[in-house]
Design a protein around this ligand. Structure first.
Ligand code: PLP
Length: 384
């Protein structure tokens, strides 16, 4: 039985073009971009080219791109690094309760160091209220961090408006855009953000490669020290092969964005219509909000998502209960918890996330099997 992978928001396979960019940089090649010899200069050239590609994709300057070992590191550097570097301006940050754990735990680090944190509540789509956001900004606020697209729901925050509000208040703005490449346009100028995080493995690049856009002049302190790499903002010999893979994948993600997003929206809408017809009491989270075209978050009453996932896995279908990070837990994720779902739905949230290889046939198979799986799991006495 061919498996059906519907967990592209957790990670994507590395696309052949990214592999092709990486392979010549692996194996019998010495690649330390800081070395002055020819081998080092060759590695430096690869790194510079990748930085230019990423900068172009985001509408930034190459000097504004810092490579990291993934999204979590990029987010931590943005939040902790900027807050610490701007501490003399104030010690208050604003974020939301529905951020990825990388953001939530970065502000906890600051909090333990005496910072004050405002965590804004979210609506049923996982989005903060713009007026509440504006009201949360205080004279001692130095940074706000609100994710662009929620990884569990796909909902898209009005980042352009939020960043403009922050800017008027003299507050720096970071956005976790990890779920966005290939699905949303990512112009840092249009968004008006000071800092933006991406991660290659969400757009068909390798695991363990990410980047942080840092607008020129933004105060930021390195969190990994011990070398001058990445303009002194991230010490450590660069992972040249992974970075080349990230750049190749990002360039293609941007070029294919329109067609990709439209195709996936059609498949996602069909999936939701099929599920709605077969399981009439299913609830589609964030369905009324602007959202990524590849994510469907569905809540089922009186079932545990973990039980549904196990049954689906046995049927050859890989989905998720929200984020991969919450996997294995029977409790609702912090995002599901924040949505204010009725009690009987709280622990029955599934996330289907579609991607390049998803076909109409796969969607039909899920629609055919899911009602049976939900009914079976509901029939097991005492599961909830
Ligand atoms: N932010 C969001 C929205 C994510 O979906 C993820 C994915 O896990 C991350 C951050 C963390 O990225 P990484 O796995 O590259 O550390």
């Amino acid at each position: 039985m061919k498996r059906i992978y519907l967990d592209f928001a957790a990670t994507t396979p590395v696309r052949p073009e990214a592999v092709a960019a990486m392979l010549p940089l692996l194996g019998n090649v010495a690649s330390n971009p800081s070395s002055v010899h020819a081998e080092g200069r060759a590695a430096r050239a690869v790194l510079d080219a990748a930085r230019l590609t990423v900068a172009r994709a985001l509408g930034a300057k190459p000097r504004e791109i810092v490579f990291t070992a993934g999204g979590s590191e990029s987010i931590g550097l943005a939040i902790i690094g900027t807050a610490r570097a701007a501490a003399e301006r104030g010690r208050h940050v604003v974020t939301s309760v529905a951020e990825h754990r990388a953001g939530l735990e970065a502000v906890e680090v600051l909090e333990r160091d005496g910072w004050r944190v405002t965590r804004l509540a979210v609506d049923s789509a996982g989005l903060v209220d713009q007026a509440e956001f504006a009201a949360a900004l205080r004279p001692d606020t130095v940074l706000a961090s609100i994710m662009l697209a929620n990884n569990e729901l796909g909902s898209i925050a009005p980042v352009t408006a939020l960043a403009a509000t922050a800017s008027r208040a003299g507050v720096l703005f970071h956005t976790d855009a990890v779920q966005a490449p290939g699905l949303l346009e990512l112009s840092v100028a249009a968004l008006g953000v000071d800092l933006l995080s991406i991660s290659a493995h969400k757009f068909y690049g390798p695991n363990g490669a990410g980047a942080l856009y840092v607008r020129s002049g933004t105060p930021i302190a390195p969190q990994i020290v011990g070398g001058n790499q990445e303009f002194g903002l991230r010490a450590g010999t660069e992972n040249v092969a992974n970075i080349a893979g990230l750049a190749a994948a990002l360039e293609l993600a941007c070029a294919e964005r329109g067609a990709n997003a439209a195709r996936l929206a059609g498949l996602r809408d069909r999936l939701e219509a099929g599920i709605a017809a077969a399981v009439p009491d299913a609830r589609f989270n964030a369905a009324g909000a602007a959202r990524l075209s590849n994510v469907s978050s569905v809540a089922f009453a009186d079932v545990l998502s973990a039980a549904l996932l196990i049954r689906l896995d046995l049927e050859g279908i890989a989905a998720s209960a929200g984020s991969a990070c919450a996997a294995g837990s029977l409790e609702p994720s912090h995002v599901a918890e924040a949505l204010g779902l009725p009690d009987e739905y709280r622990r029955g949230v599934l996330r289907f996330s579609l991607g390049h290889s998803t076909t109409g046939g796969e969607v039909e198979r899920v629609i055919a099997i899911l009602p049976q799986v939900v009914a079976e799991v509901r029939g097991v006495a005492g599961v909830v």
